[in-house]
Ligand binder design. Sequence first.
Ligand SMILES: [Fe+2]
Length: 278
Amino acid sequence: MNFKTTKLNPFGLLIEPINEKTNILDLDIKELREILSNEHLVALRGFTSFASAEEFSEYCEKFGEICLWPFGKVLELVEKENPEDHIFDNSYIPLHWDGMYRKQICETQVFHCVNAPGENNGGGTTFTNTKKILENASATEKEYWGKITCEYSRKMEFYDSKTIAPIIDKHYEKEYSVIRFCEPPNSNDTSFVNHPGFEVKGIPEDEVANFIQNLNQTLYSPQYLYTHQWETGDIVFSDNSTLLHGREPFTKGAPRHLRRIQLLGTPPLNNPHLIYTK
Ligand SMILES: [Fe+2]
């Protein structure tokens, strides 16, 4: 590939054009797909790309079927006045995997940064590599996590669902194991809008707080966590099965504007953990 590539820390690959005014269409889709499969995250910076949400979705269509939501194909991630859900607030978003509350789980997320939040305004997107975590975990840790299942429920504008998932699960398409965990926000945090329901099963009640603290410490360890600090025009592809992702809080009123598309697998993956969705 005739572009500048840089390894991101601790995982992922950044691709930048060598010449100015290189269009994203100049990148080979098959090659991009292969890089994503190996690196789990690909960031493109400095390319000429999409002038509209339609152009963005037309491009993503080349990779596969796009997940359809009540709002359409493209989620406009912009802070709202008095949001009914934390997604549209400027708060942090706990680590989670996409599609956990839906009938189908997406294989890949594609983000396009229409407007960066601005320097020192936060709002980075956090990604943690759960494959790497399990490769490095001790047998005792894996045995302990292997006993645990979490129950999640969440009601928001786009769904009202319940999901039960084991902490250690198989990657939806590959042979290795991954972690499925939706981090519970601190229950005392009254500024967090729309707390999901959360219960831990498989261990005694008095071990739950410790389990969450230890797992979070691992998920957020610099050894496994990459935070993408957005620049206007950035495009990021991420592997939804291997990674969990979330968001750093950002300055209220910062001009952060991301667009997000979810790509389904081929064939689309049914959500094995969903109990119900209304
Ligand atoms: Fe998400």
